[in-house]
Design a protein around this ligand. Structure first.
Ligand SMILES: [Zn+2]
Length: 151
């Protein structure tokens, strides 16, 4: 409510619940949008990890374009380690087991395989770790939660 009175957020959805002050009554916000995105220092550095690479690549094999459950995915060095490829955001991509095996210790060019997109260090990642049970989620949240990756 404080953010709302300060003009820092916009109300997209409201609860049925009403809160009353001496002079006014307000319906409690259910979904808010920040008017300005403040980049915090914590968000400047995204941890280089298996999970975050899968999230960046949207759990999609960067060679065949198929989306898989994380258990069926692997990490692929675009330029293989044996050929001097680094373990970095720009040289590691998500690959399914089939494509990873097919590519073997070769570069995409050597294996005649094409990358879907050039790997980059992401500026931000969606929060996919949030585990909402759709059955217990307020009705008004559902449209917004569909933006979050789910399995
Ligand atoms: Zn694949």
């Amino acid at each position: 409510m404080t953010l709302l009175f300060q003009g820092k957020v916009e109300v997209l959805e409201e609860h049925e619940t009403v809160v009353r002050t001496v002079r006014f009554s307000y319906r409690l916000p259910s979904i808010l949008r920040l008017n300005h995105f403040v980049k915090s220092r914590a968000q400047n550095c995204i941890r280089f990890s298996r999970e975050n690479i899968y999230i960046r690549d949207e759990f999609t094999c960067q060679y065949c374009g198929e989306r898989y459950h994380p258990k069926r995915l692997t990490l692929d060095h675009v330029v293989p380690a044996v050929q001097g490829g680094a373990k970095s955001w720009t040289n590691i991509v998500t690959a399914c087991m089939t494509c990873n095996q097919r590519k073997g210790g070769r570069t995409p060019a050597q294996a005649s395989m094409k990358l879907l997109s050039k790997p980059r260090e992401p500026a931000w990642l969606p929060k996919v770790q949030i585990n909402f049970s759709i059955a217990n989620t307020p009705e008004t949240w559902r449209a917004y939660l569909s933006l979050v990756a789910n399995f």
